[in-house]
Design a protein around this ligand. Structure first.
Ligand code: G6P
Length: 369
């Protein structure tokens, strides 16, 4: 059993460590060296079609829905088209406003999730175009969509999604670049600089994994906690949601993810010295604001663990635990910040002695409603 896990104790840990390879595979052949452009073979949509969309829906469940929330930031920022994100079980029953000018993107690791498949049929039934972001080749959602972007994560066995999620983020970056290019909202410089950053992504992930080598010790500090709060802002808000979901799924510890700026409207009431707060603070336009949220937590006795690409030593006294990770273009930072949160959840689960790869009550793929 150890052999099929590549020497790792659990599939989840193996899959976390496979991410440099999974992401290199997802990028392979899509960002050719000789020209600064993105190639998405299976997309099935012409430049004229990509230009014609007035609206984009991103529809998914679970972790894939969190990838969609990051996708909204990327597509709106780089392609300047309005994006709405929906949970598949909600979308399918609310008579969504879809027409020929609507692109619906279904995100599903398995490509078999019943609600997501039903959402696809709903969108296609209304004459909308549909593209799938799937990991499993020839899955139902991939087959029934007009086009597909495969994530090349390889088989994901652990119920808690890790490499499938980060490769979905990469698929969204590629798609946002392709859309931005077709819609002429992306300059050559911008495209060139993001592509250059993408090429360094696998090695930055490797460095991020190395930066997390003491994660087990960090998990040990908070092993008795019964609740966690995860905060992030902008493109890191979905990563906070995903960090909280991972913790819930495999360690059964209650956790909540929140947009940092919304903390004052509720969660701040929960903060006391029993509540660890994991803050994702990356060096973008909201860094200072997230930083002051962190100070508000500490002023109320909360324990702060900060995950940041800011190497400033001044941060050390401002949080209980500072976990520095590498820096990359802001569009790609969510890929890097995902990794410490995966490892944090993993080590909590191991410390609690849960069945990491097969958590109670959960299924890898939910093919019934
Ligand atoms: C289940 C899994 C989750 C997954 C979700 C959506 O709930 O336990 O890990 O995110 O389904 O799955 P999909 O295959 O559609 O991405």
């Amino acid at each position: 059993a150890m052999a099929e896990k590549g020497g790792y104790r659990h599939f989840m840990l193996k899959e976390i460590y496979e991410q440099p390879r999974a992401i290199a595979d997802t990028l392979a052949g899509r960002i050719p060296d000789d020209q600064a452009d993105v190639v998405l073979e299976g997309l099935g949509l012409s430049d004229a079609e990509l230009q014609s969309f007035r609206k984009v829906f991103l529809v998914a469940c679970g972790t894939s829905w969190h990838a969609a929330l990051v996708g909204k930031f990327l597509i709106e920022k780089l392609a300047r088209v309005p994006v709405e994100v929906d949970i598949a079980s909600e979308f399918r029953y609310r008579d969504p406003i879809v027409d020929e000018g609507t692109l619906t993107i279904l995100i599903s690791q398995s490509g078999e999730t019943a609600d997501t498949l039903a959402a696809l049929r709903e969108a296609k039934g209304k004459q909308g175009k549909a593209v799938a972001i799937c990991n499993v080749v020839d899955s139902s959602i991939a087959r029934e969509s007009d086009g597909v972007i495969y994530t090349h994560a390889g088989p994901e066995i652990g119920v808690a999604s890790t490499k499938a999620f980060t490769t979905q983020l990469v698929a969204f970056i590629l798609l946002a670049l392709r859309l931005g290019r077709a819609r002429k909202s992306l300059t050559d410089e911008r495209l060139g600089s993001i592509i250059a950053a993408l090429k360094t992504l696998p090695s930055k992930i490797q460095d991020t994994l190395a930066a997390c080598e003491h994660m087990e010790e960090i998990a040990r500090i908070y092993a008795q906690a019964t609740d966690f709060l995860f905060l992030g802002r902008g493109n890191q808000y979905p990563i906070a949601l995903e960090g909280a979901l991972k913790l819930k799924e495999i360690s059964y510890i209650h956790a909540e993810g929140y947009p940092a700026g919304e903390m004052k409207h509720g969660p701040i009431a929960l903060i006391d010295d029993q509540l660890p707060v994991v803050v994702v603070a990356t060096q973008n336009e909201s860094f200072e604001k997230v930083f002051s949220n962190m100070e508000e937590v500490r002023a109320r006795g909360g324990q702060v663990v900060v995950i940041t690409d800011c190497a400033d030593d001044g941060l050390k006294g401002k949080a209980d635990v500072v976990l520095p990770i590498p820096s990359i273009a802001d569009e790609l930072m969510p890929v890097l910040t995902s990794i410490p949160l995966q490892l944090l959840a993993y080590h909590f689960a191991v410390l609690r002695g849960t069945d990491v790869d097969q958590p109670r009550n959960l299924a890898k793929s939910v093919t019934v409603e």
